[in-house]
Design a protein around this ligand. Structure first.
Ligand SMILES: Cc1ncc(COP(=O)(O)O)c(C=O)c1O
Length: 387
């Protein structure tokens, strides 16, 4: 049985926005079609796992459920080592603390705000490099142009699960001796050139927020393929502990709880089926969308994708706003992922990012989740094409 929570789609929704009268209600009414729905496992299966935590009396501090989840994730995501964490932002902060060390971080302006905010939060300086218009990931040529003696790191996002040009980025990074962090919040299960996408770069970070395809309520993970980095990330996510009475260095609390891990373990067996269902609806979008209205985003060749989102590009912002209006009349709630372009954040010095600026004004994510049905789909198509 598949059920749905009342989990609001909160990404990018500020308090100011939430109280603004003209914005769609983030808590979908009955009959509305939200951009995503949280998959919940059969409650008995979750309870059986929670029962284990009750029996052991251990709710946190890297109990057996967290360790079991890490093993299963490493296997599923094709990586050698993974640390389950409390969300997808803390691993970004830890990775930046380890690899950026207060310097300039070359990053994408087209991502969720957490990517840029983590850089600023860690007292580093974001330096934006514009994106590739075709795949919407950071443009390697733009990265190279932005490298200075102050650059300490590259932080790129596999936006919508679409892989960055990891091969060219690796080549540039190694030529300039720079570490690479990938924000892989959207990239659960993606393969690129036959390899798990998380196995590229020095560190990758994941989000298991309730709106992501694999979710633990709140949750995330850090992946690194170099043992010395793994050791450091491990102590940093647990207050710096190296055993009960010894400390390696500065750390914070990034641990995942047993209750969150239980959710992940209960959902894991359903992941292939969930991704298959999303793929089915995505293929229908590709087939039935009128290209004179909007176009799909290209997925990089060589990718085994996870259908994390259904982004489409309108020919102008005006047409996007019109389509959103029509959809909201039909209680369809797409989202403007990602708007505004991050170089427009109020705490950033605004510089020119023409591609990201243009894309962020014209892009819309259409509803995509396991509970869509033919009726919903034709409602979406009618509203989308009624311009
Ligand atoms: C690209 C990206 N990075 C980071 C995050 C932060 O993850 P979390 O909400 O789990 O902290 C998110 C999502 O929320 C995201 O979309």
């Amino acid at each position: 049985m598949m059920t749905m929570t009342k989990e609001p789609e909160t990404m990018g929704l500020s308090t100011v926005e939430a109280s603004a009268p003209r914005l769609p209600n983030p808590f979908p009414d009955a009959g509305s079609i939200p951009v995503t729905r949280t998959f919940l496992p059969p409650i008995g299966e979750y309870e059986a796992l929670v029962q284990k935590a009750f029996a052991s009396g251990q709710l946190t501090n890297r109990g057996p459920l967290v360790r079991e989840l890490e093993e299963k994730l490493a296997d599923k995501l094709d990586v050698s080592a993974i640390i389950a964490m409390c969300n997808g932002t803390v691993p970004l902060q830890i990775a930046l603390r380890m690899l950026a060390r207060g310097g300039e971080v070359i990053t994408t302006p087209f991502s969720y705000v957490a990517t840029t905010a983590s850089i600023v939060w860690e007292h580093c300086t974001p330096v934006f490099a514009d994106i590739e218009p075709e795949f919407l990931t950071i443009d390697p040529e733009e990265i190279e142009k932005k490298i200075t003696p102050k650059t300490t790191c590259i932080l790129a996002t596999h936006v919508f699960g679409n892989p960055c040009d990891v091969i060219r980025i690796e080549e540039i990074a190694s030529r300039h001796n720079l570490p690479v962090i990938y924000d892989a919040a959207h990239a659960f299960g993606v393969k690129y050139q036959g390899k798990g996408l998380l196995s590229y770069g020095d560190i990758s970070t994941c989000s298991f927020h309730a709106t992501k395809i694999f979710q633990t309520g709140e949750g995330g993970a850090l992946v690194c393929n170099r043992p010395e980095l793994f050791k450091e990330a491990f102590y940093r996510h647990n207050f710096g502990h190296d055993g009960p009475l010894a400390f390696q260095g500065l750390g914070i609390n990034g641990k995942m709880s047993e209750l969150n891990a239980a959710m992940g373990l209960a959902i894991m067996p359903y992941m292939d089926e969930l991704i298959r269902k999303r793929g089915h609806w995505y293929a229908k979008y590709l087939k039935e969308t009128d290209l004179s209205v909007c176009e799909p985003v290209s997925i990089r060749p060589g990718t085994e994708w996870n259908y994390a989102y259904a982004p489409v590009l309108f020919h102008s912002e005006e047409r996007l706003l019109k389509a959103m209006h029509n959809m909201s009349e039909s209680k369809i709630l797409p989202r403007r992922y990602f708007y505004p372009s991050l170089h427009r954040l109020p705490y950033m010095v605004c510089n020119n990012m023409p591609v990201s600026e243009d894309i962020s004004r014209r892009i819309l994510c259409l509803p995509l989740h396991h509970e869509l049905n033919d009726l919903d789909f034709s409602r979406i198509m009618d509203a989308l094409h009624h311009l």
